[in-house]
Design a protein around this ligand. Structure first.
Ligand SMILES: [Zn+2]
Length: 172
């Protein structure tokens, strides 16, 4: 008996049954169509300025007292593998005799062309790091507080990355 190798790097953290399902959809060439049906439209956040405003709006709604985010930008140098979909950096430096913290959020450039749901998921993820450094229980609770469908959107995003990885076209 021969079995097709079932290794979908973006889905390794999920249950084998889910991975097998994704594999079957991919093999049938159905994965892209399924995602497009579920998410018919791409978002309109095109520039770093628009992304900054987008992130600030979420922050104002959910994390008002979590410090200042100085910069939010799309970064074409982020190589999207497994957990590295975005980056959150916190630098402290001496400024005028005091310690000043700078928070920067970088989102992989791939998110310029996705549905709003995927962008929302990554922005929520990076904002949650303002409060929780590690990917622990409290971190994901904060994510799902900001976006109740956080886990579903992350899974669907990973399906999209799997689709692209297999040579599929950009969908949005
Ligand atoms: Zn993270």
């Amino acid at each position: 008996m021969t079995t097709a190798p079932l290794d979908l790097p973006y889905l390794r953290a999920y249950a084998p049954a889910l991975q097998a399902q994704a594999h079957a959809l991919l093999a049938q060439g159905q994965l892209g169509a399924l995602l497009q049906r579920k998410y018919p439209e791409g978002h309109a956040v095109r520039s770093d300025k628009a992304l900054y405003d987008y992130a600030q709006e979420f922050k104002a709604r959910h994390l008002r007292n979590a410090g200042t985010v100085n910069k939010v930008l799309f970064d074409s140098k982020i190589h999207v593998v497994r957990h590295a979909l975005g980056l959150h950096t916190h630098r402290t430096r001496v400024q005028g005799g005091r310690l000043a913290a700078r928070h920067e959020i970088r989102v992989a450039a791939l998110f310029k062309q996705t549905p709003d749901e995927f962008l929302r998921m990554i922005v929520v993820h990076e904002l949650a790091h303002l409060r929780e450094k590690d990917h622990g229980k409290a971190f994901y609770q904060l994510c799902t507080h900001m976006e109740p469908q956080y886990h579903q959107f992350e899974f669907d995003l990973r399906l999209y990355l799997t689709h692209l990885d297999a040579g599929g076209e950009l969908l949005w």
